[in-house]
Design a protein around this ligand. Structure first.
Ligand code: C2O
Length: 547
């Protein structure tokens, strides 16, 4: 196994998109940031040097960080942010993970431009992919969102007004919007293939707020992995990814030599404004006939499902399975039921400036009616480690909602106002955990891509409407469910996950739609250190940023 050393210099860099230059926060002047390429079993040592004007921290999305929460990165959860002029070295190992992950800033909306791919190949000792066909080449496609403004201004504005933040101005593939946006077609990305070749596409939804459909004109995709776990291969015309999710697909160049669009646009289940533009790159056959004029250069268009095609999204997700039988906990010690959804705070006195949500309210979001507040005085991990939680967090996160009601029906207005708090839920070391994530119809029904730090979990069941334990549990897949780190709670429905709490530390669970995190759609699991266990949580590194 190899140790990979990197220096990540976080700095302002002029980036020109949609005809305008913005001073964007980047890593090493690159947008998107550097791709990390490692093998299963390798280690990474990444020194982040903050030369920008914002506090920042970095997160290695999907890396389990076994007994190593100090390298996980979410600000005020496992570390205080790196201040301007400061630095921090993230040290972590890749343990039993293969496929595609990514890294991103975990500070407010800085991940809009601070992100990159993290590719984990099989170890040299057994270097081959377990795929039906071995790919000739690999391409990484980071699907992103671009604002024609400073994303931090967009966020601050929404936070001040209480309204929903502006939707993005473009979707991007590896930072490029593509042919259908102003001043962009010169830069449209081209991926070259030879006729008959099979290629591996590593597709990552690194967008902030939008689930996406992705497809390639006239080509079938064979799904082989998701969130750095292999899946049972299946063929599909289109894939759907929530923010945070990754999907690896094989594509065989079996069509007449030509140029084909690779395209992504929104999958939007909510009845709310969204970015309805389409980003494209081009799959270009090497032996495609030459094109001479601009108008001829256009590629064959890709057909994507409609924006609100929930049926296609659900059918796609339902096909994901592990390649063979896996070890899912059959019994559970912790049977948790979390409502996830949006809400509205009533404004005490009408304040037209700060209460621009629907009917003079402010937007909020919650899990079990608790709207998560990020601490400011210390990180939860450090306060826990030092035994000084007072003023930083409490451990009274409710394991079930305070009231039962028809979550997906007409929810009474009294339930729209959650309480605010920094609440953690304690899990015993090695307890077997089940979490039902139930979407609510407060404000709107919506797909919430829920991400758990420090773990991979099995997705054992899903359904529409209210979860019914008596009826629904019997249909759970406890044989070959898919292993994920991020899964969408279907709009107006529920999803069931299981995992064993074998990684001590403080782990954030949140909706990966960033507009929802700052409204409070998050909570924290505090997993106790295994008593009498030989290893324990690593000590905090000496350069851990302090608040
Ligand atoms: Cu991809 Cu909490 O993060």
């Amino acid at each position: 196994a190899e140790v990979h050393f990197h220096e990540f210099i976080i700095q302002e860099t002029p980036v020109k998109r949609l005809c305008r230059v913005h001073n964007s926060i980047t890593v090493n002047g690159q947008f998107p940031g550097p791709t990390l390429k490692v093998r299963n079993g390798d280690s990474l040592v990444i020194t982040a040097i903050n030369k920008a004007q914002y506090n920042i921290s970095l997160h290695w999305h999907g890396i389990k960080q076994m007994r190593n929460p100090w390298a996980d990165g979410p600000e005020y959860i496992t570390q205080c942010p790196i201040k301007p002029g400061g630095s921090y070295t993230y040290r972590f190992n890749i343990e039993e993970q293969e496929g595609t992950l990514w890294w991103h800033a975990h500070s407010r909306w800085l991940r809009a431009t601070v992100y990159g791919a993290l590719i984990i190949r099989p170890p040299l000792s057994s270097p081959h992919y377990p795929f039906p066909v071995l790919p000739k080449r690999e391409f990484t496609l980071l699907l992103g969102e671009w604002w024609d403004r400073n994303p931090m201004d967009v966020l601050n504005m929404a936070q001040f007004t209480g309204a929903a933040p502006n939707v993005s101005d473009a979707f991007t593939i590896n930072g490029q919007p593509g042919d259908f946006y102003r001043c962009s077609s010169q830069e449209t990305l081209r991926f070259l293939v030879g006729s008959g070749e099979t290629v591996l596409l590593r597709v990552i939804n690194s967008g902030l707020n939008q689930e996406l459909f992705f497809g390639v004109a006239n080509h079938k995709l064979t799904v082989v992995a998701a969130d750095a776990s292999y899946t049972k291969p299946f063929s599909t015309n289109v894939i759907m990814l929530g923010p945070g999710q990754t999907t690896d697909v094989l594509l065989t160049a079996d069509q007449p030599p030509a140029h084909y669009y690779m395209a992504a646009h929104a999958y939007n289940s909510a009845n709310a404004p969204f970015d309805n533009t389409t980003t494209t790159a081009i799959l270009e056959y090497k032996d495609a006939p030459c094109v001479t004029s601009q108008s001829q250069a256009r590629a064959i268009p890709a057909q994507l499902p409609g924006f609100n095609d929930t049926a296609t999204a659900a059918a796609f997700t339902a096909q994901m399975k592990s390649p063979s039988k896996v070890e899912v906990p059959l019994e559970v010690d912790e049977d948790l039921f979390f409502t996830v959804g949006l809400g509205l705070f009533n404004c005490p006195t009408p304040n037209t400036q700060r209460c621009q949500g629907p009917n003079g309210t402010r937007f909020t979001a919650s899990i079990n009616n608790v709207s998560f507040v990020f601490p400011k005085r210390n990180s939860i991990m450090q306060a826990y480690y030092q035994g000084t939680p007072a003023g930083v967090f409490t451990t009274d996160f409710p394991p079930v909602p305070p009231t039962t009601f028809d979550y997906t029906g007409n929810v009474s207005r009294g339930l729209w106002q959650p309480t605010r708090g920094t609440k953690a839920y304690k899990l015993k070391y090695k307890s077997k955990v089940q979490v039902i994530l139930q979407d609510t119809s407060i404000v709107t029904i919506e797909n919430h891509p829920m991400h758990l730090h420090g773990y991979e979990f099995y997705v054992v069941g899903t359904g529409i409407g209210n979860f019914n334990a008596n009826k629904d549990t019997s249909s759970f897949n406890l044989i070959d469910p898919p292993r994920r780190n991020t899964i969408g709670t279907p709009p107006g429905g529920w999803i069931a996950i299981r995992f064993v709490a074998d990684n001590p530390g403080v782990w954030l669970m949140h909706c990966h739609i960033d507009a929802h995190i700052f409204w409070g759609l998050a909570m924290v699991f505090l997993v106790e250190n295994g008593e009498g266990h030989l290893q324990s949580v690593q000590s905090p590194p000496l350069d851990l940023p302090q608040c």
